[in-house]
Design a protein around this ligand. Sequence first.
Ligand code: S3P
Length: 172
Amino acid sequence: MKRHLILVGLPGSGKSTVGKVVAEQLGATFRDLDRMIERREGMPVERIFAERGEPRFRELERNTMAEVLQGEPSVVAPGGGWAAQPGELDKALAAGYVIYLKTSVTTAVERTQLHDYRPLMLTDDPFTRMRELLGEREPFYTRAHSEVAAGPRELADVVHDVVDLARRQAGW
Ligand code: S3P
């Protein structure tokens, strides 16, 4: 039986990029939580943080994930902070197959510098910030069912490993 495939990892680990291609290859629906929240709220994540605060964003994240997990099996890419909320990972571990896209801090910083929509990375010292995030979150990320090396590494190779796990372990 097919189960949700849930990708966790730092900002810049490739959850959205990998997830989209994996979903195409599996013929699955791709759910990008940040984009779903932005569509519903009618504003970008950074504005939700600025105008409503991080706790409200986290609540939207939890609610959206709960809804997604109740739906048909899909490939799910939550934001990097979702998995570090108490109890959230347990729900995902029960409802699907969770993969940690493990990336180096340097790669995560380099990739996030290409975008401007990450409010938690608005800092003068992104390396220290990313190291802190990894320290806080890795105890959660490492509870995933599997880990896939996600960078520095070619997208096609990461996708290959995730698709392989989906087929062997998650019923795809
Ligand atoms: C966040 C990561 C972002 C987004 C929000 C908060 C985080 O998603 O959800 O800015 O707490 O790490 P990405 O992991 O896709 O960057």
